[in-house]
Design a protein around this ligand. Sequence first.
Ligand SMILES: Cc1ncc(C[n+]2csc(CCOP(=O)(O)OP(=O)(O)O)c2C)c(N)n1
Length: 278
Amino acid sequence: MFKRTRDVEVLKEIARQVRIDLLKALHHAKSGHTGGSLSSVEILVALYFAELRHDPKNPRWENRDRFVLSKGHGVPALYAVLAHAGYFPREELLTLRKPGSRLQGHPEYDLSIGIEATTGSLGHGLSAANGMALAAKLDKKDIRVYVLLSDGELQEGATWEAIMTASYRKLDNLCAIVDRNRFQNDGAMADIKDIEPLPDKWRAFGWEVEVLSDGHDFAGLLSAFDRARVTKGKPFVIIANTIKGKGISIFENQGKYHGVAPTDEELKLALRELGENI
Ligand SMILES: Cc1ncc(C[n+]2csc(CCOP(=O)(O)OP(=O)(O)O)c2C)c(N)n1
């Protein structure tokens, strides 16, 4: 049953259950993105259980805050969070990537399950979020827009065009979060095309920046969202340092778990580490 909370212990327990559910869904689907789903869990739980104004029983509520998952391949984590919040039954998570399912491997716009934008082709989510934030301003509506970007998307020119647009348009109802897990498809970003100094670059593009040394820490996430909400005149970005594969020892910081689902053995080990009785 959905209830907003700022109780860190409650949020941690939701995150634990979300990890269990997303890993079971990926295992059942036998394909999908494990590492980048696990790195986003606390960010998504903090958004949906503490920050966003939304109503899972009324997903078309006109004045709801909007969320765009620009890193669409990480959607197993979002589906698990949406199910826990009550948008659809948790059992439906096991239809992930099946023909005819509402839960495809990359999100498709479908308000009935709380998906605000079709994503998966990386580099476009911030532009979509900009449009939503600008529309809210033009309509004089008190709607905030949140968008989760991967650090890999910050190697893309289209993302930087959107970063420029947001500050030029003074979109202070927009908050971007960067899941800074330091890995992309084929390995460590520092070995492929590094993007540092990231905070300086966002600042130079006109954004207010907050860096979280631990993007899995709920207290830090909540206070960053608090600051974002009261920042006026410019958009806000939270650069959340995270761990790809977070929570499962064999997946953490292992590039090879970017795009594969857990095997039977790996799932057993993961569930044991998450304290799930099997
Ligand atoms: C435009 C585009 N090119 C390539 C891909 C294939 N692809 C899927 S995930 C990924 C990169 C993953 O790294 P990152 O974006 O940092 O995501 P995370 O580490 O958070 O999973 C790529 C290249 C894509 N989805 N979209």
